[in-house]
Design a protein around this ligand. Sequence first.
Ligand code: DGL
Length: 273
Amino acid sequence: MSPKKMIGIIDSGVGGLTVAREVMRQLPQERIVYFGDNARCPYGPRSSEEIRTFTNQMIRYVFQYDLKALVIACNTAAAVVLNEVRQSTQLPVLGVIEPGARAAISASRTGRIGIIGTNMTVQSGAYEKALRRINPNLYVVSLACPPFVPLVENRMLHTEEARQIVYETLAPLKYEEIDTLILGCTHYPLLAPLIQEVFGDEVTLISSAEETARELSTLLSIQDIHAADHGCLLLPEHLFYTSGDAEMFKATGEEWLGVEIKVEKRDLEGIFL
Ligand code: DGL
């Protein structure tokens, strides 16, 4: 395999950077091409048809590169199209839902698991299906948290308003006696300190981002396709594209990733499927 092969990561916006950050931390030799569809974010309240079209346009874009794996880092997109995409390509395609579900099962001692995500992710029941496929006897409770994504997108993470919104939104889950909570949306790991505060230390938070990077690492090992296996020892230069404002993406990206990045704007509307 060519050592130049890359990891494609797609998301509805900046949220998938939580996955990119974990991939960069756990797999520092791997080169990433990232597409964030910021111009059409959020996907959470959209119809399945729109999510399918938009996600396939992003996939078409990153497929111009020589990929060795594709990560659909957006929970909402993965909930709608993951299986279809897997059937349409030979490339290994990872979503964020199955890794999150597996990690939650491994973390839970009581079998009482909570899931939080966008409206579409919760409505799709994708996490419940992934959990029950492994263990049908789990107690599973889901809650859509639509106010959370705007808190992150509008850079309000550290405000008193954010704290209040997080407490109010999560109130229905407080008395469910869960011991594990899946952060089923790319943006939620950024709110993890506040979410942990609501539930206390006895509830384990599962970040799908971390688990997905771990599964990607396993996949590269099993298939013998780590960059270093093919002589890539220099730190790679990643590629970042957004359909939205490149400067805003760069500011958020550099803050979250802690490194300087180059970002270019690309229009997806003209990509016909
Ligand atoms: N990336 C989305 C997800 O993980 C959150 C933002 C959106 O609604 O597009 O579900």
